[in-house]
Write a protein that binds this ligand. Structure first.
Ligand code: NIG
Ligand code: FE
Length: 390
């Protein structure tokens, strides 16, 4: 195995404040640093003047290095185009989840090869913008064959796959008893076919959408997933106040995602729990909605993550630097809090300790910034300064 030393790092964000050479802040910054990796694992982190001998030395030329972003929420397995829906929203049309059926039709019609190519291109787009690990959900198949197929293809790209058969009730089940029949299917045959390809189960818990699921329906889906050995994540409190956040806490979900509309009781419940609040600023941007109040969550002691939610409906952006810039500009996060949320916070939401941190033994997911400091992530919005190093 080849050992490689990355040198010339003027500012290394480790997220490891316990490192003796770091500034002790939550970002654990080491000035004039080096990182050594071997076989995809970090083997040494410290001041450059102490760097051990290695097979290769690579100088990054006086730039900042950060842990690669962890994108803990994405829906990359889809075909078709919904740009007209986005354009309509910009002139006042509301988002209600109805467009998911449009992506479902196109996704069902795509071949395996077409879907694989689409997912691969989107994952490559993420890597090119500094993201390392990515979570990928199903949710545009909405029948047994197509949900299982989406997860099989997603698994080719990541171990963090999420079964989202309970995204919306598909059109063919919307009349009469159809809704209950669809839930029976999701919790029965569909779950059985999907569980072997998924780590997580998720549900669009949103009583404010006619297409998504109530608190009771969501609880049934999540409990079925738990019984099948899956871990829990929840889409909650996106379009209005609702039961998602407290349900996620009550069932011990790793994360509740969106959290745009939270009551004081929701914030209190999250603060007293291990459930991460994942914020997805690209969604509010692309649906012209109010941004979630990250400051309120942080001040209450809630662990916050930032992710892209890259999907064809509410946010077709795979850019974590964009999410960071919005979070800093409009959600009350400091640049340090936003970066921590997009790395260590998102790792926590996936119950991972080997990513989102630059520490001996962690995965060698390093992101180079074409800038002297991480502050430039929010300071230079829209400028492609971040790319994956390893
Ligand atoms: O996370 N809210 C539910 N699901 C996606 C949007 C899906 C779509 O409109 O295609 C989201 O925002
Ligand atoms: Fe989502």
């Amino acid at each position: 195995m080849t050992s490689t030393a990355w040198t010339g790092i003027t500012e290394l964000v480790t997220n490891d404040p316990a490192h003796p050479e770091s500034d002790g802040s939550p970002l654990g910054i080491i000035a004039d640093a080096a990182v050594v990796e071997e076989g995809g694992t970090i083997t040494w982190v410290g001041a450059e003047h102490r760097v051990p001998d290695t097979d290769e030395q690579r100088d990054v030329g006086g730039r900042a290095v950060i842990p690669s972003f962890v994108d803990s929420h994405s829906h990359l397995v889809f075909a078709g185009d919904r740009s007209a829906e986005f354009a309509a929203r910009m002139t006042g049309a509301p988002y209600d989840g109805g467009g998911i059926a449009v992506s479902m039709e196109a996704t069902r019609a795509a071949t395996d090869e077409e879907l694989r190519a689409l997912v691969g291109a989107r994952v490559a787009e993420m890597h090119a913008q500094g993201t390392g690990l990515v979570e990928i959900k199903s949710g545009y198949g909405l029948d047994v064959r197509n949900e299982a197929r989406a997860l099989r293809i997603a698994r080719e790209f990541t171990e963090e796959t999420t079964f989202l058969g309970a995204h919306v009730v598909p059109p063919e089940f919307r009349d009469g008893a159809g809704r209950t029949e669809y839930l029976d299917l999701v919790c029965g045959d569909m779950l059985a076919a999907c569980a072997p390809h998924a780590r997580w189960i998720d549900v669009f818990c949103e009583p404010n959408s006619a297409y998504a699921f109530t608190g009771e329906e969501s609880e049934r889906v999540l409990r079925s997933g738990l019984a099948a050995g899956l871990e829990l994540r929840v889409h909650g409190n996106q379009l209005g106040h609702g039961p998602g956040a407290q349900l996620a806490v009550a069932l011990g979900a790793a994360s509740v995602d969106h959290c745009t509309f939270l009551s004081d009781a929701d914030v209190d419940a999250l603060a007293g729990s291990a459930t991460v609040a994942t914020l997805l600023p690209g969604v509010e941007f692309s649906t012209k909605s109010p941004y979630p109040d990250a400051r309120r969550l942080l001040d209450a002691g809630v662990t916050v993550a930032l992710a892209s939610d890259c999907n064809p409906g509410t946010c077709y952006s795979s850019s974590i630097p964009f999410a960071i810039a919005v979070a800093v500009r409009d959600m009350g996060m400091t640049p340090a809090e936003a970066l921590l949320a997009a790395t260590a916070g998102a790792a926590r939401s996936l119950r991972r300790t080997d990513v989102g941190v630059i520490r001996r033994g962690a995965r060698a997911d390093l992101t180079l910034l074409d800038a002297p400091s991480y502050l430039h992530l929010a300071y230079r919005p829209g400028v492609p300064i971040a790319r994956r190093l390893a």
